[in-house]
Design a protein around this ligand. Structure first.
Ligand code: FDA
Length: 305
């Protein structure tokens, strides 16, 4: 049943009609639990409040699977405005973005132009950029673009998903770039031909790549809400004397907020991924797919409490 619901929400996540409707009608159905606001002003307030509590941030102007040039350019402009707001307001925040929103599905030239504009602004404002990882059809291209940009800019990292079979090899190959990587389980609906169908195998592979990347001496963001993985990481860094400035934990806005604060009190670095904007639908559906209990929030939203 759980698997069925997961597939249902991941299927809905890609529906263009609902995506467009959602943009028009604003944050609905409990989405505000996972999305900080629709504009940068609301989001800056949230970031300041989080920073005050000692939480680091990575902020994402929501948007994905953009299929026309004008929209991709506008998405890049919005990313730049976000970067400038971070600089102006002196926020302790990085930026996360998706290459499909910058025109990756349209042309190489478009996505590279947009990314260079963004990276120049990020360099000027001293902001670190993480390229989110999308579905497996785009993994190769995303890594290729990341490697290209990494040779030109220092302040860039990307994401590696533990559920893909290819991941261990990617970690090995990327090591030559000493990359700052965010390691995650993976959020998309993927076939068994490319990804472990069994959660147990994903968890094992996740532990394996955390250990590989840390012992390679690279900066590692462990982005998970899974207590078992957090505990594993704590033991690992203790056993191998890995310094505090070589890793951090990350969680999503609205998920396990009390645990986020506890980890800071325990002396760990914690970064919260804060999404904002009007294109919240796909992101929201993936969060529902991860945890059927969240659907209760949606029903409350639909039924008006
Ligand atoms: P898992 O799903 O096994 O959950 C473990 C426990 O955490 C659950 O039992 C529950 O208690 C809690 N939990 C998990 N999800 C929850 C939810 N939605 N609501 C409430 N509780 C929940 N993926 C991707 O493919 N590309 C990317 O670029 C990113 N980027 C990214 C950034 C950051 C900062 C995070 C934290 C995650 C991502 N992800 C991602 C998403 C990631 O791949 C994964 O889908 C989610 O983090 C859920 O997996 P967990 O590791 O939390 O474990």
């Amino acid at each position: 049943m759980e698997q069925l619901m997961r597939n249902f929400f991941l299927f809905l996540a890609k529906n263009r009609f609902f995506t467009n409707m959602a943009k028009r009608y604003g944050l609905r159905f409990g989405a505000a639990r996972f999305v900080a606001g629709e504009n940068i002003e609301q989001t800056v307030k949230v970031i300041k409040e989080f920073n005050r509590k000692g939480l680091l941030i990575t902020v994402d102007y929501l948007g994905e699977f953009v299929d026309n040039e004008a929209e991709a350019n506008e998405m890049a402009d919005n990313a730049i405005r976000t970067i400038e707001a971070i600089g102006r307001e002196r926020l302790d925040s990085q930026v996360s973005l998706k290459l499909t929103s910058m025109g990756m599905d349209i042309s190489d030239e478009l996505v590279m132009n947009n990314m260079r504009r963004i990276m120049d602004a990020a360099k000027q404002n001293n902001v670190f950029i993480t390229i989110d990882m999308e579905d497996h059809a785009r993994t190769e291209k995303t890594l290729e673009i990341f490697k290209n940009l990494k040779t030109e800019y220092d302040n860039i990292g990307t994401v590696i998903q533990a559920y893909l079979y290819r991941t261990e090899k990617d970690i090995e190959e990327l090591n030559q770039f000493s990359p700052n990587l965010r390691l995650v389980k993976g959020a998309y609906k993927e076939p068994a031909t490319v990804a472990f169908p069994d959660k147990k195998d994903v968890d094992e592979n996740y532990k394996k790549i955390i250990k590989m990347h840390l012992l390679n001496g690279n900066y590692t963001a462990i982005a998970t809400h899974d207590e078992q993985i957090i505990e594993y990481t704590k033991q690992l860094v203790k056993e191998y004397n890995i310094p505090n400035d070589q890793y951090e934990f990350q969680m999503l806005f609205g998920i396990r907020p009390e645990r986020q604060l506890e980890l800071i009190k325990e002396g760990y670095k914690m970064r919260v991924y804060i999404p904002y904007g009007t294109d919240w639908y796909g992101y929201f559906m993936r969060r529902l797919a991860e945890r059927p209990a969240n659907v209760a929030f949606v029903l409350k939203g639909v039924l008006g409490k």
